[in-house]
Design a protein around this ligand. Sequence first.
Ligand code: HEM
Length: 136
Amino acid sequence: MESGDCAEAGPVFTLEEVGKRNSSREAWFVIHGRVYDVTRFLEEHPGGEEVLLEQAGRDATESFEDVGHSSDAREMLKQYYIGEVHPHDRKKEGSKNPSVTSSGQSSFWSTWLIPIFGALVLGLMYRYYMLDGRNS
Ligand code: HEM
């Protein structure tokens, strides 16, 4: 009964609790909403102990992704998993505002506003040209 397979639903930690583990004695990380205790990995980390200690006790998702860690590195994470981040402290991942397609909107305006404005200018020029012709 000991070797439970419930590795994905461990205990829940707040960011405050994770924040206390920010030294080489104890180093915890949040990566993609999950909490990892990498204390025993600090010295083994191929990228060095310092970079890990700089991020310890924090959400290191961005730094972890920025480095472009291999799938091996991602696999390794599993052995250090200790729990989940409290839902209140979780970042809104995956919801990078898919509804706000600002670039789409700007292209809408540039494709429509410019021709409309051009047509207006041409219309006004034509009008003045005709009036001028009539007056002289
Ligand atoms: C906590 C979990 C982490 C694990 C298990 C891990 C694991 C690894 C592994 C296995 C490598 C060797 C290259 C690869 O396989 O991608 C590596 C390299 C590296 N890691 Fe991490 N890493 C972790 C977190 C971080 C964090 C938070 C940073 C933040 C800055 C970082 C920075 C680096 C750097 C700079 C390298 C060297 C890359 C290179 O030489 O090309 N790692 N890491």
